[in-house]
Design a binder for this molecule. Structure first.
Ligand code: AKG
Ligand code: FE2
Length: 256
């Protein structure tokens, strides 16, 4: 990576990598402030601002497990309780080829840093034209409801922080997906507001690696006129994987 894109952290240094892996394993998240330089953040922000008119905006109601309802259970059961997610995004094919985000995404040191920290062996780019690098927008009132991710880890970089709201909140290791424990009581008490979540602070340029499969998380509604912008860098544990056409229609409103 060129120093005008990212220069603060020695991501190729084995000692730094182990330190980050320890932090990630202990907290379920790694937060590196100022990972992207202010110039690089500004370039991405400007690209986003120019293209937000072409973003695909969509609101949906879903359960925290991101699955269809179980009609055998009541609507107020934690499995069926609905939350709202509303956001816009531009896909990989809409982001400048010269974007700092693509330089980060394709950087061999960055990729091996991420795979080391999350303990994944190797990680690979998506093979389709839409999924690899995305820029998400949340305008005033838009939010991401409580959910568990399908993927085992997420890599994000905050580009623009709203005046208020847009907070990333999570409850660590709330379920055990590998062991088949859905923890309905635990989920219910987060949805009720009885369990208080933790929060991760981020500013423009903050890199976040997060284990979202078992940690329930959400992003609170954006408050004020400054749109939240967040870059999502998506990798796969297998090479050559593309998103299915039906998933593309759901996420992007179109296929490649
Ligand atoms: O917007 C964020 O900070 C988190 C995004 C997220 O949780 C997701 O895309 O699954
Ligand atoms: Fe998520």
């Amino acid at each position: 990576m060129t120093p005008h894109v990212s220069s603060r952290y020695p991501i190729a240094d084995p000692a730094f990598r182990s330190e980050c892996k320890t932090a990630f394993d202990e907290a379920g998240a790694l937060v590196l402030h100022g990972f992207l330089t202010p110039e690089a953040v500004e370039a991405v922000r400007r690209d986003g601002e120019n293209k937000i008119a072409h973003a695909y905006f969509c609101a949906s109601s879903h359960n925290v497990y991101l699955t269809p309802k179980d009609t055998g259970l009541p609507d107020d059961h934690p499995f069926n309780r609905q939350v709202i997610s509303s956001k816009g995004l531009i896909a990989d094919d809409q982001i400048d080829a010269a974007s700092p985000l693509k330089e980060v995404y394709n950087d061999a040191d960055f990729r091996s840093f991420v795979s080391h920290v999350v303990g994944e062996g190797a990680i690979h780019p998506y093979a389709d034209a839409l999924s690899a690098v995305n820029l998400h927008f949340a305008k005033a009132g838009q939010e991401l409801g409580w959910h568990f991710d399908n993927s085992s880890f997420a890599t994000t970089i905050l580009i623009q922080k709203p005046q208020a709201g847009g907070r990333f909140e999570y409850v660590r290791d709330l379920r055990d997906s590998a062991g088949g424990d859905m923890n309905f009581d635990g989920v219910g008490s987060v949805l009720d507001g009885t369990t208080r979540p933790d929060m991760l602070e981020a500013g423009p340029g903050t890199l976040m690696l997060f284990r979202g499969r078992d940690s329930l998380h959400r992003v609170t509604p954006t408050e004020g006129e400054t749109t939240r912008m967040l870059a999502v860098l998506a990798y796969n544990s297998q090479p050559g994987i593309s998103l299915s056409e039906s998933a593309m229609r759901t996420f992007y409103g179109r296929t490649a």
